[in-house]
Design a binder for this molecule. Structure first.
Ligand code: ADE
Ligand code: ZN
Length: 339
């Protein structure tokens, strides 16, 4: 059990979340509400039945149910409500900034217009800024189980929003068998357009995928990166060049990347000088939002207040905020960590 004073200290630290799939924040209650609103019949009779189905033995188990759940999202208001619900949870956890992933292909492939998705999310983001003071930006992910032509078509659809609302592109979905190099051309186009680049790598996939993300895609951050630790040279390189890793401990537990949180590599990552951050990934499916991830990890690995501050500091320095925005948030963090 976490000491309440420790929990309160961590909650008060202003934090950024850098690895959050907005579709993965769809709580069963909202899923039911949206299903009713859109006259969709879910294959579950109750919220409890949905939660009971959330027992995964690997990434694919989860993805199957996650893509199915996203089917209730139909209108601009649905995407707005989804985003706003997430921001409320984030703000309650002391979150002040989020760089949010969304999966446009999950929606456009079932006939929902790209503009519906993004305008809905933008409305939620604007409302969060106004009512909660939470800032945010969007990272558009390509589904790696689909081909690169589909990713390129999505990239073209996104053109009107690139560089303003969409600040970067990412790569997610089933990892093993779908190496980053498969998406070299679309990432080159995104780089050409001045976007930030990230990719999931080393969650289930081997260290070779992390190398490809760095050397072929030229990513600015690695999402997850756990398996990079299997390669000593890669680990040293990530530490030397201070590559931000967006690590998701409760996700790793629920998707059986680790057998137990006491076995989580976060302690080792910090000891090796890696620039790790803590994030929630798909909190509605993995049983915890941002603060839960910090506290569960601290509890399992005996992390200290200083470790918490280091991780939070990394969340800002590893963000895609401007230097002046980073400086403002870091000053707020310094103030909160002194109290
Ligand atoms: N899509 C949503 N969550 C994901 C994860 N943890 N890994 C890969 N793709 C995802
Ligand atoms: Zn993820």
């Amino acid at each position: 059990m976490t000491d309440p004073a420790f929990a309160d200290f961590v909650r008060r630290l202003p934090k950024a979340e850098l690895h959050l799939h907005i579709e993965g924040s769809l709580e069963p209650e909202l899923m039911f509400q949206l299903a009713a609103r859109n006259r969709i019949t879910l294959p579950f009779r109750s919220v409890e039945e949905i939660r009971a189905a959330y027992a995964f033995s690997n990434l694919q188990d989860f993805l199957d149910i996650y893509y199915q759940g996203a089917g209730v999202l139909q209108t601009q208001d649905d995407f707005r409500d989804l985003a706003l619900a997430y921001f409320k949870r984030l703000a309650a956890d002391g979150g002040v900034h989020a760089e949010i992933f969304f999966d446009p292909q999950t929606h456009t492939d079932r006939g929902i217009a790209f503009s519906i998705v993004i305008e809905g999310l933008r409305a939620g983001m604007a409302e969060a800024k106004e009512t909660l003071g939470v800032t945010s930006s969007l990272i558009m992910c390509f589904l790696r189980h689909l081909d690169e032509d589909a990713a390129m078509a999505t990239f073209e659809q996104a053109r009107p929003w690139l560089g303003t609302d969409i600040i970067g592109v990412g790569l997610d979905s089933s990892e093993v068998g779908f190496p980053p190099s498969k998406f070299a051309k679309v990432f080159a186009a995104a780089r050409e357009a001045g976007l930030k680049l990230v990719a999931h790598a080393g969650e289930e996939g081997p260290p070779a995928y992390v190398y490809e993300a760095l050397d072929v895609l030229h990513v600015d951050r690695i999402d997850h990166g756990n398996r990079a630790l299997e390669d000593e040279a890669l680990t040293k390189r990530l530490a030397d060049q201070a590559t931000t890793l967006t690590v998701c401990p409760l996700s790793n537990l629920k998707l059986c990347v680790v057998s137990d949180l006491t076995q989580h590599p976060m302690r080792k990552m910090l000891d090796l000088g890696l620039k790790a951050t803590i994030n929630s990934d798909d909190p509605a499916y993995f049983g915890g939002y941002l603060l839960d991830n910090y506290l569960a990890t601290a509890d399992a690995l005996n992390l200290t207040r200083d470790d918490m501050v280091t991780l939070v500091r990394n969340s800002f320095t590893g963000s895609f905020l401007s230097d002046s925005e980073k400086a403002d948030y870091l000053a707020r963090l310094d103030q909160a960590s002194d109290q």
